[in-house]
Design a protein around this ligand. Structure first.
Ligand SMILES: Cc1cc2nc3c(=O)[nH]c(=O)nc-3n(C[C@H](O)[C@H](O)[C@H](O)COP(=O)(O)O)c2cc1C
Length: 209
């Protein structure tokens, strides 16, 4: 990777801030939205099970419905689109779709797939594992999504401030999925203030506690 690309990636990371004020009425071009969603899907995931479902809410009436559920946070209705990142509690069911083509293409021996599937099914006997995996891997997709949006000139705000139960009910989210977070995406009306961070000394431990 060239030094220029490295610097650009680091700049996107550094420049991403949670933006709460957006240019109202702006529509993200379809190709940009698809790029953002594709970049989200490129996140790593346990066993590559891709434990995410992205509910794209761009209809204004649907955003108005979401507004009270998200405790009146204005970015819901003022941003171009709100993407609800959902975690898949039954991502074990994706194994065939994920590994099948590799087996069919001769890249993965059937015996290896069988071992992986047995491992996955063993882990998914435990609801806590399924939930942890859904939230963990869904969060990685969410981060990719926010950085891709920033790279394309948009801003985002991740939101955990909403009533997940009411959200599930209002948007008919199947029991298979757990809400991870909402993310508003759009053009910033006002640049966000940098929120500041703890120092490296405060957040790192060397080798062992
Ligand atoms: C899981 C999660 C939930 C959040 N929930 C909200 C929220 O409901 N409303 C909001 O305005 N910001 C929310 N934020 C944004 C944080 O306040 C913000 O990320 C933090 O202050 C750091 O600022 P920065 O994102 O600009 O670097 C959330 C962030 C995360 C990661």
């Amino acid at each position: 990777m060239s030094t220029q690309v490295q610097n650009e990636v680091l700049k996107v990371i550094e420049d991403r801030h949670s933006v709460k004020q957006y240019q109202v009425g702006h529509t993200i071009p379809k190709e940009d939205l698809e790029q953002i969603l594709t970049s989200a899907s490129l996140a790593p995931s346990s066993w590559n099970l891709q434990h995410w479902k992205l509910l794209v809410i761009d209809d204004q009436a649907q955003k108005e419905k979401l507004l009270p559920i998200a405790y009146g946070q204005k970015q819901i209705v003022e941003s171009s689109v709100v993407i609800a990142v959902l975690g898949d509690l039954e991502a074990n069911k994706n194994a065939q779709a994920v590994f099948g083509p590799a087996v069919a293409g001769g890249f993965l021996p059937q015996a290896v797939m069988d071992t992986l599937v047995a491992q996955i099914e063993g882990a998914y006997q435990y609801p806590q594992v399924a939930r942890d995996e859904a939230i963990r891997n869904g969060s990685l997709a969410a981060m990719n999504l926010m950085l891709a949006a920033k790279a394309l000139g948009y801003d985002t705000c991740p939101m955990g401030g909403y009533d997940a139960g009411k959200f599930v009910e209002a948007f008919n989210v199947p029991a298979r999925y757990v809400p991870v977070m909402l993310i508003s995406v759009g053009l910033a009306a006002t640049p966000a203030r940098s929120a500041g961070r703890l120092s490296l000394d405060q957040i790192t431990v060397s080798n062992s506690f």
